[in-house]
Design a protein around this ligand. Sequence first.
Ligand code: NI
Length: 216
Amino acid sequence: MATADDISPPPLPPSPPPGPSRRAALLIGLGGGLVMLALMGVAALVSLTKGPDAVMSVGGPFNLLDGDGKPVTEKTFRGKFMLVYFGYTFCPDVCPTTLNQVAEAIDRLGPKADRVVPVFITVDPKRDTPAVMKEFAAAFSPRMIGLTGSADEIGKAARAYRVYFAERRTGPGANDYTMDHSSILYLMGPDGRFLAPIRAEETGEQIAAALGRFVR
Ligand code: NI
């Protein structure tokens, strides 16, 4: 199954404890949301793999900031393959696991790794400042580039890549939230065109094999 992240454990408000009917409503609401998220993920993956028209419409211009706060656009890495993933550094589970597999895949490419830039774009720019992104990306691979930006530019980038994300409140505090987000790796060619989606659940070995079909 694809793609929705942070789907368990369901975050329940700490206090006051909801009564039986409210709890049931909450669970039904959560369940419905998760089903919808899962369906959206599958639909996204299906539409990505459908045909040349769908393929052409993934990716596009973006204006983001790297770990040093310098502007980065879709043209910055022209001439190299980009392996793009959207997520956030506070992600409890899926993002770190995926980025570990990406880092392993890049290592497995050997000398060909020079031709691939793994790019991690946050969907949580409120917390993921350039400095936070820099340290986080570097923890996985010295080759990984973490990108952030204004909420507006992050939204534009996510729309270009057909990435769904939404804040989910977990409490009253400013930081009491997680981010739901679709979880697909996008391989972009040296000319900036979308080449293939790769499932985020793949192992490093599988991701390396998928990359190897294009990076020769
Ligand atoms: Ni995540």
